[in-house]
Design a protein around this ligand. Sequence first.
Ligand code: GUN
Length: 288
Amino acid sequence: MANIDGKALAQKFKDRLKDEVNFLKGHGVKPGLAVVLVGDNPASQVYVRAKGKACEEIGVNSFQHTLHKEIAQEELLWQISELNNDPNVHGILVQLPLPDHLNEKVILEAILPEKDIDGFHPLNIGRLVINQPLFQPCTPLGIMKLLEGTGVDISGKEAVVVGRSTIVGKPIALMLLHKNATVTICHSRTLNLEEKVGKADILIAAIGKPAMIKGDWIKQGAIVIDVGINRLGDGKLVGDVEFEEASKRTAFITPVPGGVGPMTIAMLMYNTVEAARRHGLRIRERRP
Ligand code: GUN
């Protein structure tokens, strides 16, 4: 059993990105990320703060917009349009979940695809489906980097994804498929979950229920990526997998915290710097 150190890998990515940011600045492009937070969801506030800190660390301009929880949809659309048109903003992230009166689909589709560093715009999702990605969602992208880091060849492996969200489950299933894994997607209506999990060479747990996947379900020698971040009554953070028991069987497993979480933010920085790089190249191409 080996723990996968997401924090260390994320640091490696951020160090590389620092150099890339300096390179871009030398060419007159200072990467900028706008983060829009609607309302006062405490978990979202924590995530947004962490994103601001990561920007600071690698030298990305961070523009944080905190908007009233009752903001009208039309007003929010105008704010997004301003960011779309702001040449200093290369990436736009609208923190989810949004308050119920806002239509998430309409809001996400309003972000220009070339600034959609979350990879949630339908165009970016469609491009992922056909394996011609522009921006890929940060959490699944981070998972792929963690898997690559183990040195294990994904091709031909049985990969089981538990969870079918648009943010994690569906995109990671596609990414694994593109690496030639045989992919099974399980969800809340799946029958015999234990049996399916037991077949996994690679298990991705993205359900959001503390320790729902029992350690003794895990196949000997499996790789387990635990995307869950669940806070228990006593304040402790735990994943979706029973860590202690599972880690007796796994070849590699991500801890919670310190596994997937830090990689998500590193990939957000990666996408933002990439958006700025493409923007810089586009400006030059337009010059006479
Ligand atoms: N809320 C939880 N995860 C995410 C994410 O990756 N992006 C955004 N925008 N909101 C989130």
